[in-house]
Design a protein around this ligand. Structure first.
Ligand code: ATR
Length: 272
C-alpha cells in the first residue's frame, strides 16, 4: 500500500496541499497518497492518533492547529522551536517530529524565485501572530541589516523583539513611528488581507525598488498590494510561491527528495 500523508485543519476544504503534493509525487515517482482531514476543534490529538493507526506517515498542519501540533510533537526542529508553531509532522515509530517549513518556504520564494537578495537589506515585517513568528528565524539567517516588526497590538511586537534579542537585529516599531522610515522589503504577515483590510502603514515605507510581499495567496490584488502599487512599487508578490515552497520543504523532510517547484507555482497561478 502507498505511504499515506494528509493536510489537517479546520476548515480544510479550500486547501491546495493535495494538489501540490499530488504534483510533487507524480513528478518524483514517489508511491504515496495525500488527502485532506477535517479535524473537529478539540479533537486534534485524537485525529492524529487515528491517522497514525491507519499507517499515516506525515501531516501538514494548518489553521487553527499549529500550536497544538507543536504541543503534541515529542521533539522539534530548531526553527519550529523558535516559531512555537508546527506546520509539518513526521510520524516516526514511537516519536513525532514537529517542524515548521513556512519560513524556509518564504525565504526560498523571495531569494530563489523572486531573485531578491535579503542580505544587508532593511526588512519590515507587519504582524506578530503565528504567521509572523514562523518566518523571523529563517529571515535572520540571511542577515538583513534590520528586521523591523510592526503590529497593531504593540506588545506582541515587543515580545518578539525580546524573544529574538540574542539572534539578531529584530526591532519592534509602532505603526505611528514608521513615518519617515523606508524599507527594501515589506512583508504582510497579518491576517488583514483575509478580511479585505489594510494595516495602518504610512505611504513612505516603500521605495520605488522595494518588494511588497503579501503572505496571503490566491489573490494578487489584496488591499496591501494595491496600496503598494499606489506608492509606485512595481515588485510585488502574493504568497503562492511560499505555499508551494513550504510544501516542497515538507515533502523533502518526508521523502528525502526535493521536487521542482516552478511548474507547480505556474500551475496554481494559472488556476487562480
Ligand atoms: P496568524 O496565525 O495567521 O498569524 P493570528 O495569530 O491571529 O493569525 O495573527 C493575526 C495577525 O494579523 C496579528 O498580528 C494581528 O494584529 P493584532 O495582534 O493586533 O491582533 C494582525 N491583524 C489582523 N487584522 C489586522 C488589521 N486590520 N490591521 C493590522 N493588523 C491586523
Amino acid at each position: 500500500m502507498s505511504d499515506y500523508y494528509a493536510v489537517i485543519g479546520n476548515p480544510v476544504a479550500h486547501s491546495k496541499s493535495p494538489l501540490i503534493h499530488g504534483e510533487f509525487s507524480r513528478q518524483t515517482g514517489q508511491d504515496m497518497r495525500y488527502e485532506k482531514i477535517l479535524a473537529p476543534i478539540g479533537e486534534f490529538p485524537t485525529v492524529v492518533t487515528e491517522f497514525r493507526q491507519h499507517g499515516g506517515k506525515g501531516l501538514n498542519v494548518t489553521v487553527p492547529f499549529k500550536l497544538e501540533a507543536f504541543r503534541i510533537s515529542t521533539h522539534h526542529t530548531e526553527r519550529a522551536d523558535a516559531a512555537r508553531a508546527v506546520n509539518t509532522l513526521v510520524l516516526e515509530d514511537e516519536a513525532i517530529l514537529g517542524d515548521n517549513t513556512d519560513g524556509a518556504g518564504l525565504v526560498r520564494d523571495i531569494t530563489a524565485n523572486l531573485k531578491f537578495s535579503l542580505t544587508g537589506k532593511r526588512v519590515l515585517l507587519i504582524g506578530a501572530g503565528g504567521a509572523a513568528r514562523g518566518v523571523i528565524m529563517p529571515l535572520l539567517e540571511y542577515e538583513p541589516s534590520i528586521l523591523a516588526v510592526a503590529n497593531r497590538t504593540q506588545e506582541k511586537a515587543y515580545e518578539l523583539q525580546q524573544r529574538f534579542s540574542s539572534s539578531g537585529n529584530v526591532v519592534a516599531i509602532d505603526y505611528a513611528d514608521l513615518h519617515g522610515e523606508q524599507f527594501d522589503l515589506v512583508i504582510n504577515a497579518t491576517s488583514a488581507s483575509l478580511n479585505g483590510e489594510l494595516p495602518p502603514l504610512p505611504a513612505g515605507v516603500f521605495a520605488a525598488e522595494s518588494l511588497a510581499y503579501d503572505m496571503m495567496y490566491g489573490n494578487r490584488d489584496t488591499p496591501f498590494l494595491q496600496f503598494a502599487a499606489l506608492q509606485g512599487v512595481t515588485h510585488f508578490s502574493d504568497g503562492v510561491g511560499m505555499l508551494v515552497e513550504q510544501a516542497a520543504e515538507s515533502f523533502f523532510l518526508w521523502r528525502g527528495v526535493r521536487p521542482r517547484t516552478d511548474t507547480v507555482i505556474e500551475m496554481l497561478r494559472s488556476h487562480a
